[in-house]
Design a protein around this ligand. Sequence first.
Ligand SMILES: *Cc1c(COP(=O)(O)O)cnc(C)c1O
Length: 409
Amino acid sequence: TFFLIKFGNFVFPIHKILFFDSINLLYQMKFGTKVIHAGIQPDPDTGAIMTPIYQTSTYVQEGLGRHKGFEYARTQNPTRLVLEKNLAALENGVDAICFGSGLAAQDAVLKLLNPGDEVISTNDLYGGSYRQMVRVYAKFGIVFHFVDMQNPQNIADKLNDKTRMLWIETPTNPMLSIVDIKACTDIVKGRNVTTVVDNTFASPYLQNPISMGADIVLHSATKYLGGHSDVIHGALIVDSNELAEKLHFIQNACGAVPGPQDCFLVLRGIKTLHVRVQRACENAARIADYLLAHPKVSKVYYPGFSNHPNHEVAKKQMRMFGAMISFDLLDDSEAAAKRVLEGTHYFSLAESLGGVESLIGHPASMTHASIPREERMKVGLTDSLIRLSVGIEDVEDLIQDLDQALGKV
Ligand SMILES: *Cc1c(COP(=O)(O)O)cnc(C)c1O
């Protein structure tokens, strides 16, 4: 039941369960099949259809230097390995590396850089990603430029011979801007620049950046991949063995690994990813139309509208338009927003996104409170802006809920 397998630079004898995933990948599975089968096999010892949670810190060796490909659980864990193989298949990558959170995954990517290196990043970035860049990594001599990537020319303007990384996030949070991934990666092609796409908001069901020229895809699996608001987890998917090797090394050397139980939860969440995201997107489309027609709503940010500035790009690179919506009230006071935010029953007032349940949030005071008001206002992030993460409840109930909450304004 053991086979030889290449893991970075090393060749290991490895258990059947891990060997079969490479056979799995030979099939040209479609997305809805991949989520359930890619990298996953019944447990060869018992037939258990669910991947076991290998809750162990170490592995007994048969003799000196003779083991089954697993030595110590910071370095390798079978539950984590199955999840990594599955994620690699979902994002059309060659390998994946899982972490204890999305920001731990980002931390590993930034450790690829050296002092003096420059990063060009999207300006409308997830707040925690921005904080890690400017408050942690800038002091190690890494230089960050934040540009509006809706116009890829802004990347070309900052590009120089110290540029080593391009950091893209699309759709952006909370303004739901769309960045043309292919156009941006094309600009740095042929240069020594690693392109990273934070694909958390889209999920692999909607968008696969590696197929558009990205080298690394980042996910906060806490969101759509996990999908049930019950786990914090992050992942990187890479397009080359060289990058995989470097990132596996950083992961093992720095230690931000996820526990096997959390890997199991993400694996279980992924099995319904396509069904959940599809329904959430359908619900969001209905809700966006409803909000647009509402007399108390002044503006709705949603990439599915034909007059969204980058609607054509969204159509080209995404399967559907996502399940995130932001909107502004005609009464642009925080007090008005508060009535809606505290007035819903099914939309829960909370940070985060991507779960089966709908959430409502106030970016100005919650996720984006660390950004100065003046900066926020420049991009349209007003005091009355409300963000929705649309879940998979019955859409009629969700619309009725928003209707009664907006009635309180
Ligand atoms: C939540 C989030 C992160 C950070 O992920 P954690 O799992 O919370 O560490 C990074 N990027 C985006 C777009 C996110 O929404």
